[in-house]
Design a protein around this ligand. Structure first.
Ligand code: FAD
Ligand code: FSA
Length: 440
């Protein structure tokens, strides 16, 4: 079984994690295909930082949040103890905050005050959580919770590359770039014939853009927001994009802004300390996301189709500057050094979709990261392999199963517990102007 041929489509966050876990379990014939050289320029995980928050496993037998807690306990263990990931995690603490009543109610449910969480009720409470001279803005109406331990950020690109490098060292083959790594379609077994009268249809491999047919015993689809392109997911995935930008600091400024807690505001956006290599501060504006709607020529239904762009809508830049004016106005007028849109795929309930396809038994789905899948890079691949091997614990399998029935008549406008921006899912088709960083 360990010598079965396995193809992973996508060397992003989940594909890399899955490759690593397969290799660690002794699989010897694993190939990962990606449309881009590693690390992929469009992977949602190819980023300077991502937020991570730990949680312990559930000790309650009937805990309705059992699956989530189990996934979080696994990532916590990975960032604490796995030598591949531990060096890239920074336990700076994290503040979750908001200003609108709805968002405040939401974050209260998410991070309840407890032993390890300090309530922040006034702008001064926030300022005191930071080194002096950093939060000079008004922070009007901000309230939140400061988790001082067991939270922080991970250098995402470094962690992604570490997973890929270790998987390669253990024998996994990565093919990245267009055309040799770009998958254009899945290959299906020929329909039943006289010689194979009752063979059910199955996926037998993939075709790449150079025309090569890669056959495999198992195909694991981990193409992030682009997974929707390969298969009819019955509306279970909604490719949705968020927006991020960097501003450059001087070396002296970067030193002053070192070791900040992550500051997340559910209405306005978030940032953490600047990256050590380039002294760039990444800032995200928070909102329910953008979709790119097109009409499906066959069904006539609309669907959101991802596209890559290393620019952001001007309105997102303005929101990013708004967040800076509220928090660090001394940085609010700096030119943007970098920006991009970044795609992920939301499921109906924002639970992951990790399952064997109901019809194609050799196809494993590792998708639906729902805008919070990076933190799981140390461990998610282990759950994917468990599912492939048919031994994913029942209570987890139930939460992440193929659930087309839940997406019937899906409300594409559902904000899925997100706030900020225009407080609605936005449409790239309505965007008036884009930034032109590096184009002048
Ligand atoms: P990806 O990492 O995007 O990987 C998909 C891969 O598929 C890519 O490498 C791509 O090149 C490849 N691919 C695409 N098409 C093809 C093809 N035709 N052939 C071959 N390969 C292909 N999560 C957190 O936990 N914490 C955070 O703080 C956080 N912040 C975020 C901020 C933003 C702005 C965004 C957009 C997301 C954030 N997330 C965060 C979510 C997280 O980044 C994603 O959930 C996670 O990275 C998804 O991993 P993935 O492997 O599914 O997709
Ligand atoms: O606390 C978190 O896990 C934040 S994930 C960061 C983010 O930008 C979201 O804020 C956004 O809503 C979307 O899910 C993409 O990821």
């Amino acid at each position: 079984m360990q010598d079965a041929s396995i193809l992973i489509v996508g060397a992003g966050t989940w594909g890399a994690s899955t490759a690593l876990h397969l290799a660690r379990r002794g699989y010897t014939n694993v190939t990962v295909l990606d449309a881009y050289p590693q690390p992929s320029a469009i992977s949602a995980g190819n980023d300077v930082n991502k937020i991570v928050s730990f949680s312990e496993s559930s000790c309650l037998h009937d805990d309705p949040d059992y699956a989530n807690r189990t996934f979080f306990a696994a990532l916590s263990h990975g960032f604490r103890h796995d030598p591949v990931f531990q060096p890239h995690f920074h336990e700076t603490g994290a503040i979750t905050s908001a200003v609108s009543p709805e968002a405040l109610k939401h974050i209260h449910r998410r991070d309840r005050p407890g032993d390890a969480v300090i309530e922040l009720n006034t702008p001064d409470d926030f300022r005191q959580a930071f080194p002096s001279g950093v939060l000079t803005g008004p922070l009007q109406g901000w309230k939140g919770y400061w988790k001082q331990r067991g939270a922080g950020w991970v250098h995402a690109r470094h962690a992604l590359l570490a997973a890929i490098t270790e998987a390669q060292r253990l024998g996994v083959r990565f093919i990245g770039g267009d055309p040799e790594g770009k998958v254009v379609r899945l290959l299906f077994s020929p329909p039943s014939s006289a010689t194979t009268p009752s063979a059910p249809p199955d996926v037998i491999g993939v075709e790449t853009a150079d025309g090569t047919h890669h056959h495999a015993d198992r195909v694991i689809l981990a193409a992030g927001a682009n997974a929707d392109h390969f298969l009819d997911f019955k509306n279970q995935l909604r490719p949705t994009a968020w927006t991020l930008a960097h501003i450059r600091l001087t070396a002296a400024e970067a030193a002053q802004y070192r070791n900040l807690p992550v500051l997340f505001n559910a209405d306005q956006g978030f940032f953490m300390e600047p990256d050590a290599d380039r002294h760039e501060l990444k800032i995200c504006d928070e909102h329910p996301g953008y979709c790119n709607w097109v009409r499906d020529p066959v069904s006539g239904e609309r669907r959101s189709v991802p596209f890559a762009r290393h620019q952001i809508p001007v309105e997102a830049e303005e929101r990013i500057r708004g967040l800076l004016r509220a928090t660090m106005p001394q940085l609010a007028e700096r030119p943007l050094a970098f920006a991009r849109i970044c795609w992920c795929a939301d499921t109906v309930d924002r639970n992951f979709l990790i399952d064997v396809h109901p019809e194609y038994k050799s196809l494993v789905l590792a998708v639906g990261a729902s805008g919070r899948g990076f933190a799981h890079i140390p461990s998610i691949g282990g759950f994917v392999v468990d599912r492939m091997e048919g031994r994913l614990e029942g209570r987890l399998a139930e939460v992440v199963r193929w659930r087309a029935e839940a997406a019937v008549g899906r409300d594409w406008e559902d904000t899925l517990g997100r706030f900020g921006g225009e407080y609605r899912v936005m449409d790239f088709g309505e965007v008036q102007g884009w930034t032109n960083i590096g184009e002048i």
